[in-house]
Design a protein around this ligand. Structure first.
Ligand SMILES: Nc1ncnc2c1ncn2[C@@H]1O[C@H](COP(=O)(O)OP(=O)(O)O)[C@@H](O)[C@H]1O
Ligand SMILES: [Mg+2]
Length: 268
């Protein structure tokens, strides 16, 4: 089932590292006795949508948190636009154009949509908060995303899960990132909301934003993704172009993939 030869097209296009926006080399991370990541390689190109998959505890979230600086890696290198980086926290990676949207959205429920989108950087007019500008800008971001949130004045806690997520994404997008990481974004979404999210992802792709989607739902990844990378027990166990594989094959790699069979674009 796992045929390393079938992903030669990945190797052919990966000879130059200069076209990566993100490159992570040999990342290791342990939490006490738990080895969460072991020599993991990861890369991403501008405008690419990468599905990051694997069982629970495979290390997917940890890998992305090591990228944003939410966690500190024990070992390995992280390059952003070919520059070695060492982010101490997600604010630093945000400054370099990397946004991660967490599973719980990290929004303030008792504030409204506009306030949430511009949380921590509300526009000012002299000494005063420029409310009008904040709501106008919030509306513009939501429009640009073709996201339908009825009112920028609504409290976030009154919105459905799907709409809250739209707000979280709008907030991320308002920073005009080059890379967006979505951690299990469709886990709690309705079919409609999922479709809207996938459309938003394709819209961002048109703007050349690179995206990582962590998901258990291979259908979603196959609908919008360019490439799939599989982690298992903290190690690379396989990688395929979506065009060259099937959900069935990826499931097989998730279940029975081994590090020895991993296609590693760095070493080909
Ligand atoms: N903050 C943390 N403290 C201790 N262990 C953690 C922490 N974050 C993740 N882990 C452990 O690291 C491993 C990988 O977790 P995680 O990256 O969340 O996996 P995934 O996102 O693929 O489900 C798991 O064994 C998990 O329990
Ligand atoms: Mg996770």
């Amino acid at each position: 089932m796992i045929n390393p030869g079938s992903s030669s097209s990945i190797a052919e296009t990966a000879n130059s590292s200069s076209d990566y926006i993100i490159e992570m080399r040999s990342i290791s991370k342990a939490f006490g006795a738990v080895r969460a990541l072991h020599n993991v390689n990861f890369n991403l190109r501008p405008g690419e949508i990468l599905g990051l998959v694997g069982d629970n505890s495979a290390g997917k979230s940890t890998l992305m948190k090591c990228l944003t600086g939410a966690y500190q890696r024990d070992d390995g290198d992280v390059l952003v636009e070919n520059q070695s980086t060492d982010f101490s926290n997600p604010h630093e990676s945000r400054d370099r154009g990397i946004e991660m949207i967490y599973q719980d959205f990290a929004l303030c429920g008792n504030m409204d949509v506009g306030q949430n989108i511009f949380l921590g950087r509300w526009p000012r007019k002299g000494f005063f908060l420029n409310r009008r500008k904040m709501y106008e800008d919030a509306y513009a971001v939501l429009q640009r995303l073709k996201v339908d949130v009825n009112s920028v004045y609504q409290k976030v806690e009154s919105l459905s899960g799907g709409r809250q997520q739209s707000v979280a994404i709008a907030r991320a997008i308002s920073f005009e990132p080059k890379v967006v990481i979505l951690d299990e974004p469709t886990a709690n979404l309705s079919v409609m909301a999922t479709e809207r999210l996938l459309e938003t992802m394709l819209e961002l792709k048109k703007h050349n934003v690179a995206q990582v989607i962590i998901s258990h739902r291979l259908t979603d990844i196959f609908q919008v993704g360019d490439r799939v990378m599989v982690l298992k027990r903290g190690e690379n166990v396989g990688e395929r172009l979506v065009a060259d594989t099937t959900e069935h094959e990826i499931l097989g790699i998730i279940v029975s993939g081994t590090p020895e069979n991993a296609q590693n674009v760095e070493t080909v």
